[in-house]
Design a protein around this ligand. Structure first.
Ligand SMILES: *Cc1c(COP(=O)(O)O)cnc(C)c1O
Length: 386
C-alpha cells in the first residue's frame, strides 16, 4: 500500500491521556472540554465521542449547529453542550428542544431565546464582558440583561445555569482586574434576585496558573490537544501529548546542480549539487507560504529545512546527498519523540500559537483517527462514514 500523500493522524489515546491528566489537576472543579472550530482542526465527532466515553459531561462547541451535530450522532442530554456564538438569524427552537446550553450576553438575544421557548425552558449562561470586549455584557447593560433573565426564569421560560466570562490572558494583573469585574457582576445579579448556580471563567492558561479563577468549572481547549499556552512550557514538561501529527510522503526527488534556484521567486539557491525532495503539502493544507527558514521537517528522523517558498500544494526540501526515496514518510509536526518539531514549536517559529496551526490544517488533509477508542463508539461512528 502506498503511504498517503498527506494526512493528519489524530491520536485519541493522547487526547484521553491529556483529559485524564487535566481533570486530575482541576479536581474537584468540573472541566468543560472545548471543541470549537472542528475540535481545533482535529475533527469534532471523534474527539467528542472519545471525551464522552471518558466521562466528560460538559463540552463547548461555540455554535448551535455544531452542538446539534453532536446530538445527532448520539451524544445525549446527560452531556451539556455549551454554545456562545449565535447567528443573529438563528431560530433557537431546535437548540432549546435539544437542551443545548446557550451563552447569551445581550438583551436582544435573550429576548429571542425567550420568544423561541415552547415545551421546555431554555438553558442559559449569562456572559459578562470583563475586559476582552468580545461577547459578554458590559456593566451598563448587565442589569437589563439580568432583569430580563429574572423575569423569564420566574415565568418558567428559561433556566439560568451560570454566569461566565472569558479572559484576555494579557497579564496576571489584567486578569485579576477582569475577574474582579466578573465578581462584581455576579454580586449585582444576586442583588437583583438572580441565583447563579455556576460560574466559569478560566480557559487553559488561567486554569493551570490561577487556581483561584477555577470557580465551578474550567473551559479547557488547547491543553487537551497537547498545546499548552504558558510561555516557555512545552507539552512534555507538563506531561501532555500533542494529539495531531501531520505527515506526508515524498512525492518526487531530483538531482540538481549547485546554484539552482528553488520554487517561486528563487528565494533559495542550492549551495552544492544536491537532491531536492518534493513534499506534497502546501499552503492550501495549512503550511504557511512564508515557512521557509522557520520550519524543518523530518525524513527518517533527520531534520531538513524547507527550501524556497511553500506553494499551494507542495514544497521542496534540500536533502543533500542523503538517500531519500519517493514514498519515504515525512513528518511535519508531531509529538517530538522522533526528532520532529511539535505544533507548539511551529506556532513559535511562525509567530503565532499552536492552535492556529492545527485549525488551519486544510480539509484536503484526511484525518486518520487512531487509538484504542477507535474500537468503541468512535469506531462505530467512523465505520458509518462514507
Ligand atoms: C477558545 C475558548 C476557550 C478555550 O481556550 P483554550 O485556551 O484553548 O483552553 C474557553 N472559553 C472560550 C469562551 C473560548 O472561546
Amino acid at each position: 500500500m502506498n503511504a498517503p500523500l498527506r494526512r493528519a493522524r489524530i491520536d485519541l489515546d493522547a487526547y484521553r491521556s491529556n483529559l485524564d491528566l487535566v481533570r486530575g489537576w482541576m479536581a474537584p472543579v468540573e472541566v468543560m472540554a472545548i471543541m470549537k472550530a472542528d475540535a481545533y482542526g482535529h475533527g469534532l465527532e471523534p474527539i467528542a465521542l472519545a471525551a464522552v466515553d471518558a466521562g466528560v459531561r460538559w463540552i463547548g462547541v461555540l455554535t448551535v449547529p455544531a452542538a446539534l451535530r453532536l446530538r445527532s450522532i448520539g451524544i445525549g442530554e446527560d452531556v451539556h453542550l455549551f454554545t456562545w456564538q449565535h447567528d443573529p438569524g438563528l431560530d433557537f427552537r431546535d437548540a432549546i428542544d435539544s437542551a443545548i446550553d446557550l451563552g447569551v450576553s445581550n438583551v436582544t438575544e435573550l429576548q429571542r431565546v425567550v420568544d423561541a421557548v415552547d415545551q421546555r425552558p431554555a438553558r442559559v449562561h449569562l456572559g459578562v464582558d470583563s475586559g476582552l470586549h468580545r461577547d459578554g455584557a458590559t456593566a451598563d447593560v448587565w442589569p437589563d440583561l439580568v432583569s430580563l433573565a429574572v423575569q423569564a426564569q420566574r415565568a418558567g421560560r428559561i433556566e439560568v445555569v451560570a454566569a461566565y466570562t472569558h479572559l484576555a490572558e494579557s497579564s496576571d494583573d489584567d486578569d485579576s482586574a477582569a475577574v474582579a469585574v466578573f465578581d462584581r457582576a455576579v454580586e449585582a445579579a444576586e442583588d437583583l434576585g438572580l441565583d447563579l448556580p455556576m460560574e466559569h471563567v478560566a480557559a487553559s492558561l488561567a486554569g493551570l496558573e490561577r487556581k483561584e479563577f477555577r470557580k465551578d468549572m474550567v473551559r479547557m481547549g488547547a491543553n487537551l490537544f497537547g498545546i499548552p499556552g504558558a510561555d516557555g512550557v512545552s507539552a512534555a514538561d507538563l506531561g501532555l501529548e500533542p494529539v495531531m501529527t501531520l505527515t506526508a510522503s515524498v512525492a518526487k526527488t531530483k538531482r540538481v546542480p549547485v546554484d539552482t534556484g528553488v520554487s517561486y521567486d528563487y528565494t533559495y539557491r542550492t549551495s552544492a549539487e544536491t537532491t531536492l525532495a518534493l513534499v506534497p503539502v502546501g499552503y492550501a493544507d495549512g503550511v504557511p507560504r512564508l515557512a521557509q527558514g522557520r520550519i524543518e521537517v523530518t525524513i527518517a528522523g533527520k531534520r531538513y529545512p524547507i527550501a524556497g517558498r511553500v506553494a499551494m500544494d507542495q514544497f521542496l526540501v534540500d536533502v543533500g546527498d542523503d538517500e531519500v526515496r519517493v514514498g519515504d514518510p515525512v513528518v511535519l509536526f508531531g509529538t517530538g519523540e522522533h526528532g520532529e518539531m511539535t505544533v507548539l514549536e511551529w506556532g513559535e517559529a511562525l509567530g503565532t500559537i499552536g492552535e492556529e496551526v492545527t485549525c488551519r490544517i486544510g480539509a484536503r488533509v484526511p484525518r486518520e483517527v487512531v487509538g484504542h477508542e477507535v474500537g468503541g463508539r468512535v469506531g462505530d461512528y467512523l465505520r458509518e462514514q462514507p
